[in-house]
Write a new protein. Structure first.
Length: 150
């Protein structure tokens, strides 16, 4: 185990103290248990995905902003919606289902990259103001034919 000093807000220490007293534990044991629970709830990413996210730390702010605002092409988004409708209706073929699964995976991977890019920008002290216009545009178009953000 590694020694680590952490400044903890008074209200959290007080809650941990109450839990510790009611369970005959130390405050440290309660806090460690909470940290373990928090990390256990997140499944590990596949190695290639984690490597891809780790490499992003070396990207410039501009590159991260580009990733954060990247959208799936309108053609792919429309194809995903079409296949999703067919899936809901039960008329999707096995080949189309495989295609839909691949598009969902692509969208999920893209969303993960976007989240990582935004987290890194915030970590660097950057404002996400650049995304405000993008978000407003998405809100205006999300119910229309131009909606293709995944």
């Amino acid at each position: 185990m590694t020694d680590f000093t952490l400044v903890v807000p008074d209200d959290i220490v007080e809650r941990a103290r109450r839990i510790a007293n009611s369970n005959a534990q130390s405050v440290e044991a309660v806090l460690i248990h909470q940290l373990q629970q928090m990390s256990a709830s997140l499944p590990p990413l596949p190695a290639d995905t984690q490597s891809e996210l780790d490499v992003m730390r070396a990207y410039s702010d501009e590159a991260l902003e580009t990733i954060a605002t990247t959208q799936l092409s309108p053609a792919l988004a429309e194809r995903a919606r079409h296949l999703g409708r067919k899936n809901s209706l039960g008329t999707i073929t096995a080949t189309e289902h495989d295609e839909l699964s691949a598009l969902v995976e692509l969208g999920g991977r893209q969303m993960l990259r976007k989240a990582q890019a935004m987290a890194l920008l915030v970590e660097r002290g950057r404002s996400l103001q650049f995304a405000q216009g993008y978000r407003n545009e998405w809100h205006r178009s999300r119910n229309g034919p131009g909606c293709y953000d995944i």
